[in-house]
Write a protein that binds this ligand. Structure first.
Ligand code: VTB
Length: 345
């Protein structure tokens, strides 16, 4: 994919993060999400591309914008033929989470981000709005840890791969009742647990970098977020596996329906014949070229959140590309109305 597309994609996540950050701490998570969606869509529609949302805000009838199947980009507009050459254009699939961690943003907690992943058409797994059991770990453990093994076994493997004792490992787990046994097991195995209230995309990506002091993500979060995490981990060479959760006995709240058989039928309709399949990062983000971009809304381990100053704002974005094999930290000053002073530090 063209480099200019990469640059424009950075602006898409930056604009979403700035919009959400204005609502940081205001206690209104829906509004923080809504403005991020609007900003993301507006910027995307100015890009010379033919894009399709494969993971978004939900089905068309419940999500007015960035719904699954929505077409975005200049070249999807009705009069596109006058300014877009169809022969030149790559069709792009896009997975978005304009405000990943809406609660974190609404309550001014660390780790909210505007994120997306793109690939050529067909390169991202169109995950249903179900849950996903996830296992993320650093590149050194890729292919060695395994989601079908117990947490205890995986911690042993992780300690060998990272050449450190289990007591030196930190595992991030979302604080949910469904994880009580998992948390107990990790602690009993000797590792330390970092509980988070939300935001497992950031936690997974942290495993891809040395020096974050996060060595694994374990537990169950949302499936669409799993695909975005997988895209980043695929580019970073880290370990990521996901397994869809469709049984209401495993997760009692939220996204999945009460009827297990109906859930399996829905998966089958989507072409998923083996609902228990374990997907790895290369399957969830299988495209030839995959790109992840995320801008901090509130500060996290990897990126600072958006800060506003008189006449502008500053943002930090992480862009990871499988094509250029780079992880870039982009620090941007946005000038809204010609600020008098551009603050460097
Ligand atoms: C999960 C997690 C996300 O929301 O989807 C969570 O993957 C919702 O989980 O990162 P519950 O339904 O158990 O509350 C996030 O934390 C934020 O979008």
């Amino acid at each position: 994919m063209e480099n200019t597309l990469g640059l424009e994609i950075i602006e898409v996540v930056e604009q979403a993060a700035i919009a959400s950050a204005r609502l940081m701490g205001k206690g209104d998570k829906n509004e923080a999400d809504r403005v991020a969606v609007e900003a993301m869509r507006e910027r995307m529609n100015k890009i010379y591309m033919r894009g399709r949302i494969v993971i978004g805000e939900g089905e068309r009838d419940e999500a007015p914008m960035l719904y699954i199947g929505e077409e975005v980009g200049i070249c999807t507009q009705a009069d596109a033929k006058t300014f877009c050459n169809p022969d030149e254009l790559v069709e792009i699939d896009i997975a978005v989470d304009p405000c990943e961690g809406t609660n974190l943003c609404a309550y001014g907690q660390p780790g909210a981000m505007a994120v997306l992943a793109i690939s050529e058409k067909g390169g991202l797994f169109a995950a249903p709005d179900f849950y996903m059991r996830k296992l993320a770990a650093p590149p050194a453990a890729k292919g060695h840890v395994d989601i079908t093994k117990s947490a205890t076994e995986n911690l042993k493997i992780l300690s060998e791969c990272l050449d450190r004792s289990i007591t030196e490992l930190v595992v991030v787990v979302m604080e949910r009742d469904r994880h009580n046994d998992l948390i107990k097991e990790i602690r009993e195995a000797g590792a330390r647990v970092q509980l988070i209230s939300d935001g497992d995309v950031g936690a997974a990506i942290n495993c891809g970098f040395a020096g974050t002091n996060i060595h694994a993500l374990m537990g169950i979060g949302a499936a669409p977020e799993g695909v975005i995490s997988a895209a980043a981990m695929r580019c970073l060479g880290g370990h990521f596996q996901g397994q869809l959760i469709y049984d209401p006995a495993v997760v009692k709240t939220g996204l999945i329906g009460e009827n297990k058989e109906a859930n399996v039928a829905r998966l089958q309709e989507m072409g998923i014949t083996d609902p228990d399949k374990v997907y790895n990062a290369d399957e969830l983000a299988s495209g030839k070229d995959v790109l992840f971009a995320g801008t901090g809304i509130t500060s996290g381990n990897l990126m600072k959140g958006v800060s506003f100053f008189k006449g502008g704002a500053r943002s930090q974005t992480l862009v990871i590309s499988s094509q250029s094999k780079t992880a870039r930290f982009v620090d941007t000053i946005h000038m809204f109305d010609q600020p008098q002073v551009i603050q460097l530090h």
